[in-house]
Design a protein around this ligand. Structure first.
Ligand code: NI
Length: 390
C-alpha cells in the first residue's frame, strides 16, 4: 500500500506544472476567466464523479459526494492575481502585462487541485461530503467570498479550512494561530471642503490644503494617544489629492487611508475617532468635511478546537517541530466570510527559503515562493480531510 506522502510525491511535479501555468496566465480579481476555465478543465479530467459548478462566473466549486452520512467539510483556495508588473527572467513569468501572481494564489489553486486528485484515491474510506472552493477576487473588496456565500456554497457546511502560502515562514513551518489571525481591513476617505481662490489673497479663501495637512498630522494621534498602547492597530493615509496649479488655492482636499484592527471594539472606536478629529479640525478652520468609513473584510477567527486538531494532524504528519505558533497578522483575508458561517481554521503555510534566496514579501514585484511548499500543502490538506472524514 502506498502512503499519502508517496501519493503526493507522485503528483508533485504535476502540481508545480499547474502552478506555473496559472502563474503564466495571471488574471485580476473578477476577471479570472482563463484561470477558472483551466481549473474546471483539470477537475473534469479527474476520474471520480465530482460535481463541478460555477457558483459565480469566475469561481469554481467541486463537490465530492461519498453517498455516506457524515460531516460536510469545505476547503477554499483563492485564485486571483494583482496589478503588478512582473520583472522579466522567470521562464513561467506572467504573459499578461501588468498582472502578476504576487501573493501566491497560483500556489493555493494548484495545492487544492492536487488535494482533490489525491483525495479521490481515498474515496472509499470517506464519509459525508467535501466541497472544494476555487474562489475568485480575494484581493479586491467586497471580494469573491461574499459572492460565493450568496450563491449558497456554504449551506450545510460544518467546517471550513483554508491556507495561505507565506514568505514570513520557512518551508516546512506550518504557522498556527488560535483565535484572531487576520485583521479587520477597512478604508476611509475624507474630503475637506474649503473655498478656493487666488494664492495671493488667502484671506478671501478657506484653504483646504492647510486643513488637510492638520488632519493628516492629527490622525497620527489616534494610534499614539487615543487608543490603548496594547491595542494593535494600523492607521495609514496613503493617497492625497488636491490642487491644480501653484497659484490657485483649491476648493477641496481629498485623502484616502486604511485602518487595520483586530477587535470589533477597536474598529468601532477608530471609525468614530477619525470622524471626530477630521470634523473638529475642519470646523475650527471654517471648513466642512465629507467623511466616509468603509468596512472591508472581517478578521479571520480560528476556532480553538479545530486549531488544536489541525496542529495535531500537522505534528503527526510532519513531526512535532512542524506546527509553528504565530501571532496575528495585519493583512486581511476574505476567508472570514466562510468561517463566519461555521467553524473554521486558516493556516499560514511557510514557503520562504533563505538558502534559495526566496524571501521577498507578498505584493512585491520580486515575490516568489518555494515550490517545495506545494507538496506539503497537498499532504496537509489530505491528512486533515482524512482525519475529519474517515
Ligand atoms: Ni493573498
Amino acid at each position: 500500500m502506498t502512503t499519502i506522502r508517496e501519493q503526493v510525491q507522485a503528483i508533485a511535479d504535476e502540481v508545480i506544472e499547474m502552478r506555473r501555468w496559472l502563474h503564466q496566465h495571471a488574471e485580476l480579481s473578477f476577471q479570472e476567466e482563463e484561470t477558472a476555465g483551466y481549473i474546471e478543465k483539470k477537475l473534469r479530467e479527474m476520474e471520480g464523479d465530482l460535481e463541478i459548478t460555477r457558483p459565480t462566473p469566475t469561481s469554481v466549486m467541486a463537490v465530492l459526494h461519498t453517498g455516506k452520512p457524515g460531516r460536510t467539510v469545505a476547503l477554499r483556495a483563492d485564485i486571483d492575481a494583482l496589478p503588478i508588473q512582473e520583472p522579466q527572467g522567470l521562464p513561467y513569468a506572467s504573459k499578461n502585462d501588468g498582472v502578476m501572481h504576487a501573493c501566491g494564489h497560483d500556489g493555493h489553486a494548484a495545492i487544492l487541485l492536487g488535494t482533490v486528485k489525491v483525495l479521490l484515491q481515498h474515496r472509499d474510506k470517506l464519509n459525508g461530503e467535501v466541497r472544494f472552493f476555487f474562489q475568485h477576487a480575494e484581493e479586491v473588496p467586497p471580494g469573491g467570498a461574499i459572492e460565493m456565500l450568496q450563491a449558497g456554497v456554504m449551506e450545510g457546511v460544518d467546517e471550513v479550512y483554508g491556507l495561505h502560502l507565506t514568505t514570513t515562514l520557512e518551508t516546512g513551518c506550518f504557522g498556527i494561530c488560535k483565535g484572531i489571525l487576520t485583521s479587520n481591513t477597512d478604508s476611509f476617505t475624507i474630503v475637506v471642503q474649503g473655498k478656493g481662490g487666488h494664492s495671493a489673497m488667502p484671506q478671501l479663501c478657506i484653504d483646504p490644503v492647510i486643513i488637510g495637512g492638520q488632519i493628516i498630522t492629527a490622525l497620527q494621534t489616534v494610534v499614539s494617544r487615543r487608543m490603548a498602547p496594547d491595542e494593535t492597530l494600523a492607521l495609514s493615509i496613503c493617497r492625497v489629492q488636491s490642487g491644480s496649479a501653484y497659484n490657485i488655492i483649491p476648493n477641496t482636499f481629498e485623502m484616502e487611508g486604511s485602518v487595520r484592527t483586530f477587535s470589533h471594539a477597536a474598529r468601532e472606536q477608530v471609525e468614530a475617532l477619525i470622524g471626530e478629529i477630521a470634523c473638529g479640525i475642519a470646523a475650527a478652520n471654517g471648513a466642512t468635511v465629507d467623511y466616509r468609513y468603509n468596512k472591508g473584510y472581517d478578521a479571520v477567527d480560528n476556532d480553538p478546537e479545530l486549531t488544536d486538531l489541525a496542529a495535531k494532524v500537522i505534528a503527526d504528519t510532519f513531526g512535532p517541530g512542524a506546527p509553528t505558533p504565530m501571532d496575528p497578522v495585519m493583512p486581511g483575508e476574505d476567508f472570514g466570510y466562510f468561517s463566519s458561517c461555521c467553524r473554521g481554521f486558516f493556516l499560514e503555510l511557510g514557503a520562504a527559503s533563505a538558502a534559495k534566496g526566496i524571501t521577498a514579501p507578498h505584493h512585491n514585484p520580486a515575490f516568489t515562493f518555494d515550490e517545495d511548499a506545494l507538496a506539503l500543502g497537498v499532504e496537509y490538506n489530505v491528512s486533515l480531510l482524512l482525519n475529519r472524514m474517515e
